[in-house]
Design a binder for this molecule. Structure first.
Ligand SMILES: [Zn+2]
Length: 438
């Protein structure tokens, strides 16, 4: 690790060489899994596919998808990892269940080898984002079972940086620590970052009053929503970059570089596909679809073709930064479940976020209230907080126009007093689905 690259031999690997590496890793992975995990053996037998049918990475489409419900079901039936763990007990290192809001949490296992690889590729991504050993890292991700906090901690240690594992505690404390410990780099969810910037402004502080120069934001999309990025960058006086992970697959497996051209995948460890949400067929490069991820090196609870429900695009062209690993421009564009269809027009909450945060006179928070009106039709109301009450009529007119332009449909708008909508230190829930009263 020197200069721009943490490991140039991996980061600038030619695409052909990268695919050959992925092929080798997939082939050995599917054999190992088939022998050790009844979950996969039964699933693949039922689908009529055998590890011998997998000779290169392109054969991966022969394997069936894995969905979260299946994992939950298997764990309900068989306990612990649901016959999915493929590593001997003596190699186990850490348990990380998903932070599910409904149903049983899905446990994932990291072996000692997994911890080592996760630490290594996270350190590589942090280095790519500009983290160096002389930096003070304030880690405002939730710690404990949630995966990103601990992965960032390990990686910051690996890079030799002084680390403050503060966790997602109060904004006041975060601001105090920025000042006292002269923190250079901050990790948090974008919602929390925006909230801290707002609290600082309330206290008459600006980005100039704190030493932060870099923020890495994950746990939910947002850093790549340009209006949100602006709030983070201007409010905290930083460069704001995106970082991505999810519980079942793992933390921090993709991140934005300084070129801000999308999430770079760690393709030596994760094979990424984009498929049509309805047919499951691969979509042409550049088109958006469901993100499907395969663990090429995970030992504990490996996921093969895990259906993330996240929507993204893929670009395999070499980035301006010189890295060859594929990128998802714009980051995670939404969740399949969050897709809202009003009068035949599809959109994601992130598109509305862009408009709300780009409209002067509005506070940064909003909600989309969805009401089922039967026969597959929904009403969607946009709820916002108007800061400049005197100009409310003009602001709302501009907002309606901007929404119509951005997503192609007119939404009714409701206002509530500033501060009514909850600001969160974790992931924001901006879509509220109401049951129909019928
Ligand atoms: Zn790049």
């Amino acid at each position: 690790m020197s200069g721009e690259f943490y490991d140039a031999s991996v980061e600038k690997m030619g695409r052909d060489e990268l695919m050959a590496l992925q092929s080798r890793r997939l082939v050995s992975q599917v054999h190992r899994i088939y022998e050790n995990a009844p979950f996969y053996r039964e699933k693949w037998d039922a689908a009529g596919v055998h590890p011998d049918d997998i000779r290169s990475i392109e054969d991966i489409t022969k394997l069936p998808f894995v969905r979260k419900e299946e994992l939950r079901e298997a764990q309900e039936r068989y306990g612990q990892f649901g016959r999915l763990a493929t590593a001997p007990r003596e190699t186990w290192a850490e348990l990380h269940p998903s932070t599910g809001t409904t149903g049983r949490q899905v446990g994932t296992l990291w072996t000692k080898g997994d911890v080592e690889r996760i630490t290594d590729f996270t350190a590589r991504l942090l280095w790519m984002q500009g983290v160096r050993s002389h930096h003070v890292i304030q880690n405002g991700f939730s710690l404990g079972l949630w995966v990103a906090g601990i992965a960032v901690h390990y990686a910051a240690q690996r890079l030799g940086a002084f680390t403050i594992p503060i966790g997602a505690i109060s904004a006041e404390k975060q601001i105090e620590m920025f000042q006292e410990w002269r923190s250079d780099v901050f990790f948090a969810t974008p919602s929390f970052g925006v909230y801290i910037a707002k609290r600082m402004a309330d206290k008459g502080l600006s980005g100039k009053d704190i030493p932060l120069s870099l923020g890495s934001f994950g746990g939910e999309p947002g850093a790549e929503v340009e209006a949100t990025r602006r709030l983070l960058e201007e409010g905290l006086g930083i460069t704001a970059l995106d970082i991505y992970g999810l519980a079942e697959i793992g933390p921090t497996m993709a991140a934005e570089c300084g070129a801000k051209s999308g999430l770079h995948w760690t393709e030596d460890h994760h094979y990424v596909e984009i498929v049509d949400p309805t047919t499951g067929e691969p979509v042409p490069e550049g088109k958006q679809g469901v993100l499907v991820i395969t663990h090429l090196t995970r030992e504990g609870t490996p996921m093969i073709r895990y259906w993330t429900n996240d929507i993204a695009r893929l670009d395999t062209a070499t980035c301006a930064c010189g890295r060859t690993h594929a990128r998802s421009p714009g980051g995670i564009l939404g969740r399949v479940d969050d897709l809202i269809i009003v009068k035949g027009t599809n959109f994601y909450p992130a598109q509305v976020e862009e408009v709300v945060r780009g409209t002067p006179g509005l506070a940064d928070e909003f909600r989309l209230r969805i009401k089922d009106t039967g026969a597959g039709f929904v009403d969607c109301t946009l709820v916002v907080e108007v800061e400049a009450q005197g100009e409310a009529t003009d602001i709302l007119t501009r907002l309606r126009r901007a929404v119509k332009e951005r997503i192609g449909v007119t939404l009714p708008v409701e206002t509530v007093p500033v501060g009514t909508l909850e600001r969160t230190e974790f992931k924001a829930r901006r879509v509220i689905r109401e049951k129909s009263s019928a």
